[in-house]
Write a new protein. Structure first.
Length: 671
């Protein structure tokens, strides 16, 4: 019987004990509810349409049967929705689920009660099987059903009345009355009956943030608009960047992420390769935000106007892509805030404002904000207004620069403030920091997170790290966006591995996670570092305009386009937690499976960019529903080749000079 009946509501009004909905002390114990993060302090995350599977330990004294259900609702609604839970005898655990049907924040919990009618029917069956007298027990059941009948409505009430009349009919034999009492009809009619006297609710309302599809599946491309022109000594514009959009759409990207587009300060402007002195025509770092032209809600004049930016956003949208903006809460000495609100910064004893440092690095062109200044409420609200301004211009995705250097409570507040009214907004955390702080930011609200993927290059490292991301509690709240490179990170693997290294890392990122990204130039296999042993690019685009030949020899754009198409066509590659690793007898070849209903994708990647390797991979045939010696076909989606395999152990050879990986779709019925 759906909904909360009158008896339930009356009992809840009498509740006096925490976790109790009926009168008096709780009669049922509910504990071990999952999923929950830090005892319910933080929400889990899901994509709209995903299943939220809920489990709990439910028990009580004695031998009575129990019933339980998941209660769930959007936070803005008062009425609970319900989904029945089933009991797994082997695990001694109750299991249920629900599917959020719209984005936003939801709450869920678990309720349980004594299944008085089920318990009565169970005892009645035992007595009948033992040949015992059942007359008195039958009478007890009639009283229970009469009480339930008062709450029943419509066809359920009519059917229940007919069964009850048969149970009470003295003209019928006791065996006929017994058959009615134990019939499936009675069980089905009363399966939703709630015993209000014992009804108990778990003492926490847990939360789930439900995001739109782009929060969980997207290919990102990072660009500097000023480098999208054709004049090597000029400065690109939004119009130049817009001319690149059709190609990026053709390559299969979903999100175009722009480095900061705001006015760049003059004071202590950095020159090429982070030189301390800039020439008169050097553009400076886009992260040194603010000049006489404005601050975080202004456009660098050489890029164009706000109308040009809006046109860029609309052009991207017309091609099926979204624009993400960099959100960097720092200021150049020329930022309007430095003059209007010096109290928002760190002020030295001599009255000057302190520039940013990360010893031994110095950032003289940047002032950090003091988020705990005396006027912090005004500062926090101004930072929120920056989000709202760009949202008004059509932006719904923000990549947040170095969030771990700002108060965690600020992020929890501002993300909640924004998403309460605009649940479609996506926040990506760019925090390369200690694990607990990185996880904490995700718990506090960031939709997606940068990861340590860039520094995980061997098969063993990747297996260990992705297992953590996909099978531990992290999978409930931490959505990894696997960037293959960034303007700050050119890993040694790419510097020394040549073109094969770029193809390897691309394949891994695109198939291990439904979220991945690249910084422009990766598709051209740019791999020259500024310093030996460092990760900074030579002639970094952070400090100068870089005009490229996007069709230069040796590019891997065909790989990018193909992998992005495969990702869109294969449902198995659109989910994070369906990843399982399997045995490869050569440690250089990583072998894993991703699965979806009716689809199995097997991926083998040679993680050594310098040498060919062969191996025997152990295919999980039993998990795929195949007999131990059953033949099957694997179709390589990268080359179009088909291989005919049998059983678990199969041969793979990968030469990085030609093919770094197999992405294999399993086809049943091989020869």
């Amino acid at each position: 019987m759906a909904g909360i009946n009158t008896m339930e509501r009356a009992a809840r009004k009498r509740a006096t004990v925490r976790g109790r909905t009926g009168p008096g002390p709780a009669r049922v114990v509910i504990e071990g509810v999952t999923p929950q993060i830090d005892a319910g302090r933080h929400p889990i995350k899901r994509i709209v349409g995903d299943t939220v599977s809920v489990e709990a330990d439910v028990y009580k004294d004695g031998h009575d049967l129990l019933a339980a259900r998941v209660c769930f609702r959007p936070v803005e609604e008062r009425a609970w929705r319900h989904a029945a839970m089933r009991y797994d005898y082997n695990e001694d655990r109750w299991l249920g689920s629900f599917i959020p049907d719209r984005i936003g924040r939801w709450v869920y919990t678990v309720e349980a009660w004594t299944d008085v009618i089920g318990s009565w029917r169970s005892d009645l069956q035992k007595k009948a099987d033992a040949g015992a007298d059942v007359v008195e027990h039958l009478a007890e059941g009639i009283a229970l059903i009469e009480a339930a009948l008062r709450e029943a409505k419509g066809p359920t009430r009519d059917s229940l009345r007919m069964s009850l009349d048969a149970m009470k009919d003295g003209r019928l034999s006791i065996d006929d009355r017994l058959r009615t009492a134990l019939s499936p009809t009675i069980g089905n009619l009363l399966s939703g009956h709630v015993d209000a006297a014992s009804l108990t609710r778990f003492d926490h309302e847990l939360q789930v943030v439900v995001d739109r599809r782009a929060a969980g599946f997207a290919a990102w491309y990072e660009m500097f608009p000023r480098s999208q022109g054709e004049d090597p000594v000029g400065h690109g514009t939004f119009a130049d960047a817009a001319r690149r959009l059709p190609e990026l759409a053709e390559l299969g990207f979903d999100v175009i992420y722009l480095a900061p587009i705001h006015p760049i300060g003059h004071t202590n402007r950095k020159g090429p390769n982070n030189a301390l002195e800039a020439g008169p025509d050097d553009p400076g770092s886009p992260w040194a935000i603010g000049s006489e032209h404005g601050g975080h809600t202004a456009i660098e004049p050489r890029l164009g106007t706000i109308d040009d930016f809006v046109a860029f956003v609309e052009e991207a949208r017309s091609l099926g892509m979204e624009v993400a903006l960099d959100y960097a809460l720092q200021c150049s000495p020329d930022h309007p805030w430095a003059k209007e609100h010096p109290e928002w910064f760190f002020v030295r004893p001599d009255g000057s404002i302190k520039y940013a440092e990360n010893p031994p690095k110095k950032y003289e062109d940047i002032y950090p904000l003091n988020f705990w200044c005396d006027d912090y409420e005004a500062l926090w609200n101004e930072c929120k207004e920056v989000f709202l301004y760009w949202m008004d211009k059509g932006v719904r995705i923000f990549r947040v620069d170095n969030p771990h250097t700002k108060p965690l409570s600020f992020w929890e507040w501002v993300i909640r403030e924004i998403q309460t009214e605009h649940p479609d907004v996506i926040f990506l955390s760019e925090a390369f920091t200690r694990p607990k702080r990185m996880k904490g930011l995700a718990k506090l609200g960031f939709t997606q997170s940068y990861t340590y993927f860039t520094w995980r290059n061997s098969a063993a490292e990747l297996r260990e790290y992705l297992t953590e991301l996909t099978t531990t509690e992290m999978a409930e709240y931490f959505r990894p966006n696997l960037f293959v490179n960034t303007p700050d990170i050119l890993h040694e693997f790419l510097q020394k591995g040549g073109r094969p290294a770029f193809r390897i890392r691309l394949t891994l990122a695109a198939t291990l996670s439904p979220l991945y990204g690249m910084y422009s130039g990766f598709e051209l296999c740019e791999n020259v570092a500024r310093d030996s042993g460092g990760e900074e690019y030579l002639d970094s685009e952070k400090y100068q305009v870089r005009v490229r030949d996007w069709s230069a020899p040796g590019h891997i754009k065909e790989d990018v386009s193909l992998l992005n198409r495969i990702r869109r066509e294969c449902a198995a590659l659109g989910t994070l937690t369906n990843l399982t690793f399997h045995v490869s007898e050569n440690d250089h070849i990583l072998f894993y499976r991703k699965t979806a209903p009716g689809e199995d994708i097997l991926v083998a990647v040679n993680c050594d960019p310098h040498r060919a390797h062969d191996t025997i991979v152990h295919v999980p045939v039993a998990e795929m529903g195949l007999a131990p010696d059953e033949p099957y076909t694997v179709h390589d989606l990268l080359t179009g080749d088909r291989y005919y395999w049998r059983g678990a152990r199969n041969f793979v050879r990968l030469d990085p000079a030609h093919q770094v990986a197999h992405v294999l779709r399993v086809e049943r019925g091989g020869k």
